[in-house]
Design a protein around this ligand. Structure first.
Ligand SMILES: Cc1cc2nc3c(=O)[nH]c(=O)nc-3n(C[C@H](O)[C@H](O)[C@H](O)COP(=O)(O)OP(=O)(O)OC[C@H]3O[C@@H](n4cnc5c(N)ncnc54)[C@H](O)[C@@H]3O)c2cc1C
Length: 496
């Protein structure tokens, strides 16, 4: 009897054990806790739920190129600043996280100058509406540009429907081509040539297009290819916003929420290499790719195996030697480079005399854009604190300005912009800000090899927060498809 009972119990135990035997989880490492890396974790959890275990590695600050600078107890955006009104993923994340959108100075008064010696165009006049100035200076180009750009933008917006319905792309070329045949073609030519062939006139290209590409990517219409050129132009004339408290709050809060879920880990450390391993036994917990990292608290290098790895930071010629990725030769073969951009913060008073501005105009002047690309600076703009709305921001006690420049500036440069007696440098923040674009553009692979994905390949189409989130969703979809996960159809609403 006792023997029988033992036998029955052992069978029961086996059944119970079988029932509780968990399906093996897919282990994924994400390297980089910027908006792109954190958004990848978010979408992976969305599609794969409890069947995925995620480890996020970060060597520096969560948020990466999104961060603020504190000046006299007030925070200002120091990296990625403005978000386009049609950037639907950023909007959606801000909503879900309970954050708030603040409009970016709509009553912006600015002037465009070539080298700082004379005004080419300005929105400062109280008596003549800007629209008349626009028509007078740029003729029909101003209207054609708006109409044509709206059409391009509506083609770009197709990405949301595609992704809601589970569509993926395996290369950056495919991404561009599925939205608009012209987008990939645009990466082949300089922005100047592209606009010229579309019938835009020299003045419009030299002033409006040049201002847009210099401000957004610190690169001229002759150097940059036409796709990031188009993205730069889309920002002009649209409603722009930022996140109350700082754009970095999006990745920061997303990470906080992710860490509340099971199987999400955050590791502070520098990843030194990733390499494919040869898996002998499929049931082995080993994984397919090996990641080696140095924790921030130790000199020792640890190695961990994963099923998939997502590289969520840009690989370029200045960091490729430190980060060993066993991959195709494409990174060594092609010379991917980043644009160095300094964000110089100053207190000061703009020198309005050289533009013959009245006191009233000088008071209202928020920004100056320089279109001569050989100048050492691109623009100077009064800064809006990240936690004040436009109303509260109308009369800042002490003006804070930000100058973008490709190199470090000296005293002489500041004196060319500000009233000599009236400026003080607060901080110069150097960035490797965005890819250095070229034409024809070499586009890096999204899938470096079977199990290694490269999120920032998409940045070589154009660099902005929204593109990183689009890329993150694409990688999550590629992984989900690889694992045979049935995708939700038209999953428009995403929640934590
Ligand atoms: C000055 C400036 C202005 C900008 N303006 C705008 C704007 O107005 N609007 C807009 O949409 N975008 C703007 N951008 C671009 C935008 O900020 C970026 O496209 C976006 O933030 C990039 O996010 P990411 O997560 O892909 O990369 P990153 O933010 O660069 O994050 C990558 C992370 O990886 C980490 N990392 C790197 N190597 C390793 C390693 N080996 N091991 C572990 N961790 C590692 C880094 O520390 C970093 O935190 C701007 C950028 C700059 C610099």
């Amino acid at each position: 009897m006792i023997v029988r009972l033992g036998y029955i119990l052992s069978i029961l135990c086996t059944i119970v054990q079988c029932e509780h035997h968990e399906t093996p989880k897919t282990h994924i490492a994400i390297i980089g806790a910027g908006i792109g890396g954190i958004a990848t974790a978010y979408w992976l959890k969305y599609y794969l739920n409890d069947s995925v275990a995620i480890t996020i590695y970060e060597s520096d600050q969560v948020g990466g190129r999104l961060r603020t600078l504190n000046i006299d107890e007030v925070e200002y955006e120091a990296g990625g600043t403005i978000i386009h009104d049609k950037n639907l993923y950023m909007k959606r994340l801000v909503d879900e996280l309970g954050l708030k959108q603040l409009n970016h100075q709509s009553s912006f008064s600015y002037l465009i100058t070539d080298d700082g010696s004379q005004t080419l165009f300005s929105t400062l006049s109280r008596y003549i509406p800007s629209i008349f100035h626009v028509i007078w200076r740029y003729g029909l180009d101003a209207f054609r540009f708006k109409f044509w750009l709206d059409k391009k933008l509506s083609n770009f917006l197709r990405i949301y429907d595609y992704q809601d319905n589970g569509r993926t792309f395996e290369t950056v070329e495919e991404f561009l081509q599925m939205l608009d045949q012209d987008f990939y073609a645009a990466t082949r030519y300089s922005f100047r040539k592209y606009l010229f062939e579309k019938g835009f006139h020299k003045r419009f290209i030299d002033e409006i297009a040049q201002m847009a590409t210099l401000v957004n990517y610190d690169q001229s219409v002759d150097a940059i290819n036409a796709f990031p050129g188009l993205v730069s132009l889309m920002a002009s004339g649209s409603t722009l916003w930022h996140v109350e408290g700082g754009n970095y709050l999006v990745p920061k809060k997303m990470l906080e929420n992710l860490l509340k879920q099971s199987d999400v880990q955050f590791v502070k450390g520098y990843v030194k290499s990733v390499a494919e391993t040869h898996r002998i036994d499929v049931d082995d917990q080993g994984g397919n790719v090996r990641l080696s990292y140095q924790p921030s608290t130790s000199d020792l290098v640890n190695s961990v195996d994963y099923d998939h790895i997502v590289i969520a930071f840009p690989l370029h010629r200045d960091n490729i030697a430190d980060f060993v990725v066993q991959a195709t030769d494409s990174f060594y073969q092609y010379d991917y480079r980043m644009q160095s951009t300094h964000a110089n913060f100053l207190h000061g008073k703009l020198d309005c005399q050289k533009y013959n501005l009245t006191d009233d105009e000088c008071q209202r002047l928020n920004a100056i854009f320089y279109t001569k690309s050989s100048l050492p600076y691109r623009c100077v703009a009064q800064q809006q604190p990240v936690n004040l709305n436009e109303e509260q921001n109308k009369k800042p006690d002490k003006s804070v300005y930000k100058i973008f420049s490709p190199e470090e500036l000296n005293l002489l440069h500041y004196e060319q912009i500000f009233d000599k007696e009236n400026f003080k440098l607060i901080q110069d923040i150097p960035w490797l800000a965005y890819p250095k674009y070229e034409h024809p553009q070499k586009l890096p692979p999204i899938q470096i090899n079977k199990n290694i994905f490269y999120l920032n390949a998409m940045e070589w189409s154009s660099s902005c927060m929204e593109i990183e989130v689009i890329s993150a969703r694409n990688i999550a979809l590629l992984v989900a498809k690889k694992l045979g996960v049935e995708l939700k159809h038209s999953d428009k609403h995403v929640e934590f």
